[in-house]
Write a new protein. Structure first.
Lengths: 718, 110
């Protein structure tokens, strides 16, 4: 969860970097606004001012020219043009014009007569320096001036300013008004000039003022932005930082700190954060506890599974000394703990109990019920009950205290190891599969009693199966026939029987393997739904040899009675093979210590016959070497005894000794004699023994026959 | 070894006398496949003590098999360069075995 917060925060930070945040937004907004304002207001003010100015100047100029036009006597013009004499009237007008120039912004105020190509000045005002044109001065028109004059040289002329640009005078705005004589004919023009440059200067001043105002406004906006930043953006940033810190603090288990006291919605938001932080901590704590608890349960579950697994007999071969049977079983649970189980145990020396069972349900409840059932079955069987009685007794016990209404299907059998007689009863369990010797496996549809743990007081029926040597029983739980492939098809009992019959004579372990593989092939990738439990028992019959009644046999090692394993010191004698000669053959375990046994076996006779010490020594050495070799070359895991036979011949008196063993074919005589001339450093001991034997006896033969190495030596006894 | 103990037979009795870095071993009985491990064990402890001279007294030794020969050969190879191995009072039969196997040339027999 912390990871999610971190991720979201990182995403935001990226966005932040790209868009620059609120502050940047404000700055951008304000700047754009300012520029636009500046532009718009500036333009408006400019144009409005200019028009206003121009209008007022126009008014001014025309008020003077208009006045001049009315006041000045037009009839006097002609006289002045002709004589160029200045009378009193002339001076009065001149003074008026000068006065106007002084008082106003007019730059020129004059009266002229428009001629064909030029102006003839009558009056020209000046500012007292006598710079004005004198009466009679002629000047050419400015560009377009003639047309302008022509426009006004009439009654009711238009009154607007004309603009002229000249090198001499600069930018001019000129007003013209015609002067009429008493015949109402225009005879002259009164002209008043204003400098546009001057106007421009005025405008510029205005613009500066406006700009200043705008700068102040923008400055004010800037301050506003700062204020906004401080009161809104900064707290928000604090909030954002706090939320990042929240995550870090959670991780490092530090307390939550948050200093936002803006007294507004932002502070409310901050409080929400604090609240969220508290909840998060609580949630995480709870989660951690839950996870720890869950892990504890998982561990306990796997320990429980081990305990349960250990209850099923899992060591094979199960009874190495009971060669009457070969038994193998396996359970593959679907979940960690399951409800299937098998069991087998010796009730007494000649009876073995066999159990195959399936508890309803899975998981821990089934496992617990399974253990209960297993122990009850054992107890009941060990107290000597027959299969029917076992099921009845266990059923009643299970029905007691069975609040959860669990039940178990059981197939239970007792096999007599001596006779091969199997008595069994079935409590709602799968049909067993049975094979007669040399035959094929078949499903045995035995009589089903009810499941155990369901209804108390149920009766069960037991039946008998004779297992002759080679017969084989296969029991299982429904996990095998009900194994499903991805199309929901069942493996089924028919396929089970068929898989067994692929190699019907095989050992139980191989049979179980075949079934496992067949099921795996069938199921392929589909998940395992149910426990796979199987057991197979093959009856091999009693061993052929009966134990001999010798002292050694009774003193033999810790094997159970009836054991047919060879122990060191075991000596068994066969019923006389050689005509008339009892006890001329012994069988001993292939262990070094038995050199003594064999030696005694032979030498006692030699002593009886009065053989020389030298011969006795010699034969002792021979026995040591030969028997020692057999022990050395044999596989230590096998207990197959070595047979030693002695024969005494006459004419000439000699001893024939035969050694027989079951080891791999090995001809000791095939070995080259060692080189006895080599110095010590180069000598090896290998081959020395048989070399010594060859040198000590008079004849030595080897053959491999019927799976046995047979070495025969003959020594003359005189 | 239990059956042997039950029969109360000692296959081989080994008596050791040590004088500085010389050792004298008296064998009684027979040196065969069954008893040679005992002699081997004895010799391991002897040789680890930095012994350079080993003398066997075979006066009471009945017979010897290839297992015993192996021990003698190993000892001889060990002591040949910087020590000595000597056999005393070897009886006729054992001597015959030594000759038969060429060991009479390898061992120092007195």
């Amino acid at each position: 969860m912390i990871e999610k917060l971190r991720a979201a925060d990182a995403l935001l930070k990226n966005k932040f970097k790209k868009q620059g945040g609120i502050k940047a937004k404000i700055i951008a907004g304000v700047s754009i606004l300012g520029l636009v304002l500046l532009l718009v207001i500036g333009l408006i003010v400019f144009f409005v001012s200019r028009n206003w100015l121009l209008n007022s100047y126009e008014l001014l100029a025309y008020s003077y020219t208009g006045t001049a036009s009315k006041l000045i006597n037009g009839d006097s013009i002609a006289g002045y043009m002709a004589s160029s004499e200045k009378d009193e009237y002339y001076n009065t007008v001149d003074a008026y014009l000068n006065g106007a120039l002084f008082e106003t912004d007019l730059v020129y105020f004059s009266v002229f007569v428009p001629l064909e190509d030029e102006l003839l000045y009558i009056w020209d005002g000046d500012k007292g320096e006598d710079l004005g044109y004198d009466l009679g001065y002629r000047e050419p028109y400015l560009r377009n001036e003639k047309e302008a004059v022509a426009e006004i040289y009439r009654q009711d002329p238009p009154e607007h300013l004309y603009h002229f640009v000249s090198e001499e005078y600069g930018n001019l705005a000129v007003a013209y008004s015609p002067i009429f004589n008493s015949d109402n004919e225009p005879v002259a023009v009164a002209e008043a000039d204003l400098s546009l440059d001057y106007i421009r200067t005025n405008l510029t001043n205005i613009m500066w003022i406006i700009t200043l105002i705008l700068i102040v406004v923008i400055g004010g906006l800037g301050i506003l932005e700062l204020i906004l930043t401080k009161t809104i953006v900064a707290p928000i940033r604090d909030l954002s930082q706090a939320s990042v810190d929240l995550v870090e603090n959670l991780k490092n288990d530090q307390p939550f700190r948050f200093d936002i006291h803006t007294g507004d919605e932002i502070e409310m938001l901050a409080n929400s954060f604090e609240h969220m932080d508290a909840e998060l901590r609580a949630y995480i704590k709870e989660n951690t506890e839950i996870t720890a608890e869950r892990e504890r349960i998982v561990t306990e579950l796997s320990l429980a599974a081990n305990i349960q697994k250990d209850m099923l007999p899992g060591k094979f071969p199960a009874f190495p000394d009971k060669t009457e049977i070969d038994i193998y079983a396996a359970m593959t649970p679907a979940r960690e703990v399951g409800g299937d189980f098998y069991d087998f145990f010796l009730i007494d020396d000649r009876h073995i109990a066999l159990v195959m069972a399936d508890v309803s349900g899975k998981g821990i409840p089934a496992a617990l019920f399974m253990m209960k059932s297993m122990i009850m079955l054992r107890n009941s069987a060990m107290s000597g009950n027959s299969p029917k009685a076992v099921l009845e007794e266990v059923n009643n016990e299970l029905c007691r205290n069975n609040q959860e209404k669990m039940f178990v299907t059981v197939w239970f059998g007792i096999l007599d190891l001596d006779s091969g007689r199997l008595i069994a009863a079935n409590g709602g369990h799968e049909y067993p599969i049975f094979r007669k010797p040399e035959g094929l496996f078949e499903l045995i549809k035995d009589k089903h009693g009810f499941v155990l743990g369901g209804i108390s007081g149920m009766r069960y029926t037991e039946y008998e199966l004779q297992m002759d040597p080679g017969a084989c029983l296969f029991v299982y739980t429904d996990g095998v026939p009900e194994a499903t492939d991805k199309d929901q098809n069942f493996f089924g009992t028919e396929r089970t029987v068929a898989a067994l019959n692929r190699q019907p004579a095989e050992t139980p372990q191989a049979l179980l393997n075949n079934i496992s593989m067949a099921v795996a092939d069938f199921v392929q990738d589909a998940p395992q739904f149910d426990d796979l439990t199987m057991m197979s028992v093959k009856y091999l019959g009693k061993p052929e040899r009966k134990p001999a009644d010798t002292e050694e046999q009774q003193n033999a090692g810790p094997a159970g009675s009836g054991s047919s394993a060879w122990q060191p010191g075991d000596v068994r004698t066969a019923e006389g093979i050689d005509a008339g000669k009892p006890e001329n053959e012994i069988q001993v375990a292939p262990v070094i210590e038995n050199i003594q046994t064999v030696t005694n076996f032979v030498i006692d006779d030699l002593k009886d016959r009065g053989c020389s010490a030298k011969i006795i020594r010699s034969i002792s050495i021979v026995i040591d070497e030969i028997f020692g070799n057999i022990v050395k070359h044999g596989k230590r895991t096998e207990n197959n005894p070595v047979t030693v036979r002695k024969e005494f011949e006459t004419g000439p008196s000699s001893l024939v000794l035969t050694f027989e063993d079951d080891n791999a074919p090995f001809d000791p005589l095939a070995r080259e004699d060692p080189n006895t001339a080599l110095p010590a450093k180069k000598r090896v001991v290998g081959g020395l023994g048989i070399f010594m034997v060859k040198k000590s006896v008079d004849d030595i033969q080897y053959e491999y026959k019927d799976g046995k190495n047979i070495l025969t030596i003959k020594k003359y006894l005189k | 070894m239990s059956c042997l103990q039950r029969k109360g037979i000692e296959m081989l009795k080994i008596t050791r006398y040590t004088e500085g870095n010389k050792v004298n071993i008296v064998l009684e009985g027979r040196l065969d496949s069954v008893s040679s491990p005992d002699l081997e064990k004895e010799l391991v402890s002897v040789m680890s003590g930095g012994i350079t001279s080993v003398t066997f007294d075979f006066a009471k030794l009945d017979y010897i098999t290839s297992a015993g020969l192996r021990i003698l050969l190993s000892l001889q190879q060990n002591l040949e360069n910087n020590g000595e191995l000597k056999l005393l009072h070897v009886n006729k039969d054992i001597m015959e075995i030594f000759e038969m196997t060429g060991f009479s040339e390898i061992l120092t027999i007195a």
